[in-house]
Design a protein around this ligand. Structure first.
Ligand code: PMP
Length: 417
């Protein structure tokens, strides 16, 4: 019998047969509340009728309009449409298929534009699994283990983690920025540093929002030294955090923005955005790909952006995120094993710790498994695997949030029993 590679790890035992809105159904038609959204991808829910219609129409017209051979209308329309939601000045786009590829494209652009090699990334960051993106990734050693040597020219600075270090956010931001300054004095000279890449909310590394003063500090240093600031918004973009882009919470803007996941409701599509001057420094022919900017994915992205606007999904993410975090905090108040509940919008994590404050991955795993049995699909994250995260589709309703909190409450009670 031919089987899938054992290198794949499946977080839940579900064999998905169909999806509808916030729900997934297995082959026995058992219904699950999908608070994984395909790792933050199905922003408009599973099979939103407008996304389905746009994709179906496109499939019958033009599936593959290979963009280094010919141009196609949907990609031009999408580019125009993204201009309405991108930060002012980031008006040049390049498309690929996945988050990892877009991360690599951003590194390529940053190196070409600055003539410098080094990239600063943050401890606990996740930027992907392709070799260049993996070299920037330290959310868990499994992504790097045994595949080295890694791409050189990467230096790591600490990300503020007040809860894990048992300190205040202000003290953590001071420490992280001081260590970044130290890194620029001792390890990677500003003259050799092309870019700083950061997630507005540390994702796979444990769902830790970057404090606004930290992001402002990165912006300041980038400006001072002519270093480019890259916002990896693969997971935080397109409304996920209750703002269209995660960096908006800090009131700063990046030089390069990376978007993927929620952009096309499940079709593979990612992009980097930068200003005209910066993008013009990319060496001709240096970016490309066979499938990038696929016509069906672009049509789905156009429909996704329409749904996000027409159904005010950014506002809904903020509103339901508030309802969800309040519910989760009530559950945590009853169960001291959940030491921290945090996040932004509909990107929320529950960190499990022992009474001594050590990471408690075993109880987190039991709660995660019990939740699936209760009909609530979730994921874990963090280097210790002790953070259970919730990333429902942005269309989630108050009633579905309440249903999820009730399932979660029962699941945690079972995990600690
Ligand atoms: N960057 C971030 C912040 C991510 O969360 C992810 C995926 N979890 C990636 C990059 C990589 O995206 P992909 O899996 O589509 O390559």
């Amino acid at each position: 019998m031919t089987e899938l590679s054992p290198a794949l790890k499946q977080a839940t035992p579900v064999l998905a047969a169909r999806g509808e809105g916030v729900y997934l159904f297995d082959e026995d038609d058992r219904r699950y509340l999908d608070f994984t959204a395909g790792i933050g991808v199905t922003s408009t829910g599973h099979c939103h009728p407008r996304v389905v219609e746009a994709a179906q129409n496109q499939v019958g017209t033009l599936i593959h309009g290979q963009y280094t051979t010919v141009m196609h209308r949907r990609l031009l329309e999408l580019t125009e449409r993204l201009g309405e939601v991108l930060p002012t000045g980031l008006d040049r786009l390049f498309y690929v298929n996945s988050g990892s590829e877009a991360v690599e494209a951003s590194v390529r652009l940053a190196r070409h534009a600055t003539g410098r090699q080094n990239i600063i990334a943050f401890s606990g960051g996740f930027h992907g699994r392709t070799m260049g993106a993996a070299a920037l990734t330290t959310s868990g050693v499994k992504v790097r283990a045994g595949i080295g040597p890694m791409m050189p020219g990467v230096a790591f600075a600490p990300f503020p983690e007040a809860y894990r270090h048992g300190t205040t956010e202000a003290a953590e931001v001071d420490r992280a920025l001081a260590e970044l300054d130290q890194l620029l004095m001792t390890t990677t000279s500003p003259k050799d540093t092309a870019a700083i890449i950061v997630e507005p909310v540390l994702g796979e590394g444990g769902y830790i929002p970057a404090p606004p003063r930290f992001l402002a500090g990165l912006r300041e240093r980038a400006d001072k030294h002519g270093i480019l600031l890259i916002a990896d918004e693969v997971q935080t973009g397109v409304g996920r955090t209750g703002a269209f882009w995660g960096h908006e919470h800090a009131g700063i803007g990046p030089d390069i923005l990376i978007t993927a996941k929620g952009l096309a409701s499940g079709f593979p599509l990612s992009a980097i955005a930068a200003g005209e001057e910066l993008m013009s420094k990319a060496w001709p022919g240096s970016q490309g790909g066979t499938y990038g900017g696929n016509a069906v994915a672009a049509a789905a992205a156009l429909a996704t952006l329409d749904v996000v606007r027409d159904e005010d999904l950014v506002g809904n993410a903020a509103e339901q995120g508030q309802r969800l975090i309040e519910g989760l905090r009530k559950v945590a108040a009853e169960h001291p094993v959940i030491g921290d509940v945090r996040g932004l919008g509909l990107m929320l994590g529950n960190e499990f710790t022992t009474s001594e404050g050590a990471p408690d991955a075993a109880t987190a795993a039991r709660a995660h498994a019990a939740a699936a049995e209760e009909g609530l699909l979730l994921l874990t994250c963090g280097p210790h695997g002790n953070v259970v995260r919730m990333i429902p589709p942005l269309i989630v309703t108050a009633a579905q949030v309440d249903e999820a909190v009730a399932c979660w409450s029962r699941a945690v009670a079972r995990a600690v029993a």
